[in-house]
Design a binder for this molecule. Structure first.
Ligand SMILES: [Zn+2]
Length: 293
């Protein structure tokens, strides 16, 4: 049905809202490891929080790239002024941003509408703040099932897991987390996809420097998207104008979901508004774009 729409309708629609094609698509997959050799992706979950800018700077100073999987309403509200500024700062520095869902609920315990809502609200925040549509979603706790997977795939997103866990958010000591890094280095692993958390003080103050120093010689430190060889975003448009609707009030609280409790929050199951970079030259196919000025 969609494919039969008139060209003019498609042009008009993709120019304003909708999801414009980048002309580069990958079939969504579940990634549990990097693919490219000699690359390590260090990934940081549960932010945006107070350590985002510092971690971003440490990677930038080392000529490395980090990957952040954000929540909308977890340690802080993603719409807090400092969080918005820090997210834009890390993104502008070339670090990758992915979805960790709105409220960090265990998706395997939610209904289909609740899962959609958790993904929608996070996508909406990234569309508003950065003007991007994420191509990767990391399920909270790494917890997913067939339903979660098919919903994510339906939203064009791959699931991003990991193969190495520093356990920094599970109360592990710094020494333990460092031993996890050492194991990767001494075993001469082909590559590694490593889990950390932006929200842990010592991850920012100790682990990041340790990992950067340890791995820099032998490995290229890249984003998760780069180490699996796909685009980090389904589409890149422009950030939106901030309004009163940019709020965490009236949204699911950390660990909670829509549609429950005495005053249930309405579940959002659609696709968020996305503003394209250009309203005059929407891209239909890579061929058209390649020939455009
Ligand atoms: Zn998490």
């Amino acid at each position: 049905m969609y494919r039969r729409l008139a060209l003019s309708t498609l042009l008009a629609a993709s120019a304003v809202l909708g999801r414009p094609s980048l002309g580069y698509r990958t079939t969504p997959q579940v990634y549990e490891a990097c693919i490219n050799p000699n690359q390590i992706a260090l990934t940081f979950d549960d932010g945006p929080y107070i350590h985002l800018r510092s971690i971003s700077d440490q990677f930038t100073a080392a000529g490395a790239k980090a990957t952040f999987f954000f929540n909308g309403n977890n340690y802080d509200c993603i719409y807090a002024a400092d969080r918005i500024a820090d997210i834009r700062y890390a993104y502008a520095a070339g670090h990758m941003i992915g979805s960790h869902t709105w409220s960090h609920a265990d998706l395997t315990e939610l209904s289909t509408a609740q899962i959609q809502d958790g993904m929608f609200r996070m996508e909406e925040a990234l569309s508003r703040i950065l003007g991007v549509s994420p191509a990767f979603m990391r399920p909270p706790f790494g917890s997913y099932n067939d339903n979660v997977q098919s919903i994510a795939f339906g939203r064009g997103q791959s699931l991003a897991l990991w193969d190495t866990d520093t356990e920094d958010a599970d109360g592990a000591t710094v020494a333990f987390s460092e031993s996890v890094y050492n194991q990767v280095a001494t075993s001469k692993a082909k590559n590694a996809l490593i889990l950390e958390h932006e929200t842990v003080n010592t991850t920012d103050s100790k682990l990041v420097q340790y990992a950067l120093s340890l791995f820099r010689e032998r490995y290229k430190l890249v984003t998760l998207a780069e180490c699996v060889g796909v685009n980090p975003y389904q589409a890149i448009g422009v950030p939106q104008e901030q309004s009163a609707s940019w709020t965490c009030s009236g949204t699911p609280k950390p660990g909670k979901a829509c549609g429950t409790g005495s005053k249930p929050i309405t579940c959002e199951t659609g696709t968020p508004v996305f503003v394209s970079a250009s309203t005059s030259t929407p891209t239909l196919t890579p061929t058209h774009r390649a020939n455009s000025p």
